[in-house]
Design a protein around this ligand. Structure first.
Ligand SMILES: C[S@@+](CC[C@H](N)C(=O)[O-])C[C@H]1O[C@@H](n2cnc3c(N)ncnc32)[C@H](O)[C@@H]1O
Length: 284
């Protein structure tokens, strides 16, 4: 096996999926990001958690506006969500999905939009179109079904349960806080020994994760990143064959840029399926 493939196979894959998930560039991030073991790893846009799980710091503040992702990981952390609980849930609802197909998926989605239960969120996330996360203006999850009634095979459920156990193991004994709040809160009390990893929604691409990501917000984030005494690493696309990210050139050019090609598999838009140059812009 090549060195790169070995690195890739060592990546811990989380149970949640989302568009823009950084699984493929985790080895690159691990190579470039040097943390201080006494500091706190801070992620205001933690998403699936793949970066934090692989950096595996002692102390972390993991934030996202998506309260369902946060509730899911809090559940794993406090033991109310275990791989056995996940197995029972997915086996039961997977059988119903096989019987009733798309209608059952819709029923689960409707129930989730009322009960907000993290296990329903997992079910939907792992049986929806391309593992996407998207909410409408009323805050309702609205991703369509993947159209595979036999989605939850035995092997697939085992894979998800292993991902849940792996995540539970990595959190054990660590001082990690998962919180659903605005990204600004992540910067509060950050000090020189802390490390802030930023993976905000992308301007100019599909940003319907939870809400909008307007350019003013992106500019404010750049201001916070420059002012904080903490070290900062920003993940952002630089360009592909169709377009260039002017925001990166305008607001982040004083950081050191490390570049890599990244191929997005998840994403509904055709233009998101092409190779993209990804930048890690690091403060110091
Ligand atoms: C590009 S994704 C992060 C992906 C993550 N690094 C991963 O690999 O899974 C951006 C995340 O920002 C979150 N988000 C969007 N707007 C936000 C806001 N205003 N405050 C905090 N989080 C926000 C979304 O819910 C989404 O999880």
């Amino acid at each position: 096996m090549s060195k790169l493939n070995m690195e890739k196979s060592r990546v811990l894959v989380p149970p949640i999926k989302c568009q823009g998930i950084k699984t493929k560039i985790v080895p690159f991030i691990k190579e470039k990001v040097k943390i201080n073991e006494n500091g706190t790893w801070i992620e205001p846009f933690v998403g699936t958690g793949v970066v934090a799980f692989n950096i595996a710091p002692k102390r972390a503040k993991l934030i996202d506006k998506n309260r369902y992702v946060i509730a899911f990981y809090q559940g794993i952390q406090n033991g109310t969500i275990t791989s056995n609980i996940v197995r029972d849930f997915l086996e039961f609802h997977g059988r119903e999905l096989e019987k009733y197909g798309a209608e059952y998926y819709k029923k689960m989605r409707e129930e989730f939009n009322t009960n907000g239960e993290p296990l329903y969120f997992l079910f939907l996330n792992r049986s929806d179109f391309n593992g996407m996360i998207r909410f409408n203006r009323q805050g309702n999850f609205n991703v369509p079904f993947c159209q595979k009634p036999n989605r939850f095979t035995k092997a697939y459920i085992t894979k998800i349960c292993n991902q849940v156990s792996n995540v539970a193991d990595i959190m054990k004994g660590k001082d990690w806080i998962f919180e659903c709040c605005s990204w600004q809160k992540a910067f509060e009390n950050a000090s020189e020994i802390d490390y802030i990893y930023l993976d905000p929604p992308y301007i100019g691409r599909d940003t319907s994760y939870v809400g909008e990501w307007p350019e003013e917000e992106a500019i404010l984030l750049a201001e916070y990143a420059h002012k904080t005494p903490a070290n900062v690493c920003l993940s952002m696309w630089k360009e592909n064959e169709f377009r260039k990210n002017n925001h990166l050139f305008e607001f982040w050019s004083d950081f050191t840029w490390h570049e890599q090609n990244h191929f997005y598999h998840i994403g509904a838009k055709e233009s998101n399926r092409h190779p993209m140059i990804e930048v890690l812009a690091i403060k110091r």
